[in-house]
Design a protein around this ligand. Structure first.
Ligand code: ZN
Length: 236
């Protein structure tokens, strides 16, 4: 998925955001895939460098064996890493790779025993994904009680503040997402909220929520969330 994003020329912030979603473990632990995905940006090939797997001498086996450490291969003549130009590689420069890794590092904290743990992210499905669609606002909406609320007011803007019942807006977004991606329905069912957030983050470029027409109106799933999907760039 990340390779796809990079190949499609998605901005790196977006890829980094996706990676941030992926390095967060499920509350029950597990998700092996998470570890390997978070390792990907550290791989030399991600920055277009020829990788080399480090080996160590195994005295018991009497031969060299591969370790899990992968580093850029250095040309013995020049001492410099060797650039390769296939697939994902030529898209991300070394500097950009370092930025992405730094972005991920900033979201991890070191535990007492020295093991790095990702910082937990909010557990609500749409926190950070919803934006207020009131003209000139565009502030994030965050969960407040049973609703997602425009943060513009708190940030000192003059926005009247879009606000939506969490259950309703989540249902509308999920229905739209699964209607477009019927293949992931089973995965969705099996996933926890953090994994679901990752799936939505990868699929939706922007989810804006318009203001309700008035108090007491029934939430209109067809009108209030305006979703711009990654693939087509058109409102869905
Ligand atoms: Zn607003």
């Amino acid at each position: 998925m990340i390779a796809d994003e990079a190949l499609a020329g998605k901005p790196l912030v977006r890829i980094a955001r996706m990676l941030n979603e992926h390095v967060i473990p499920s509350p029950r632990g597990g998700l092996r895939q998470v570890g390997s995905l978070s390792q990907l940006p550290r791989a030399p090939a991600f920055a277009g460098l020829l990788p080399e797997t480090e080996t160590v001498w195994d005295t018991r086996l009497g031969r060299r064996k591969y370790t899990s450490v992968v580093r850029p291969y250095r040309d013995p003549e020049t001492g410099r890493p060797v650039a390769v130009g296939e697939g994902i590689v030529s898209i991300v420069s070394i500097e950009e790779q370092q930025r992405i890794v730094a972005e991920i590092e900033s979201r991890t904290q070191v535990r007492g025993d020295g093991v790095k743990r990702p910082v937990r992210s909010p557990a609500h499905l749409l926190t950070g994904l919803l934006r207020c669609a009131v003209e000139g606002c565009g502030a994030r909406m965050s969960r407040n009680g049973a609703s997602y609320v425009c943060q513009g007011v708190r940030l000192g803007h003059t926005c009247p503040g879009a606000r939506a019942m969490a259950v309703r807006v989540e249902e509308a977004v999920v229905n739209a997402f699964l209607a477009r991606n019927p293949g992931v329905a089973t995965l969705w069912q099996r996933s926890d909220v953090l994994r679901r957030r990752a799936l939505l983050t990868a699929a939706a470029d922007r989810i804006r929520v318009t203001r309700a027409e008035g108090r007491g109106y029934r939430f209109d799933a067809a009108k209030r969330p305006r979703i711009v999907w990654v693939q087509d760039g058109s409102p869905g």
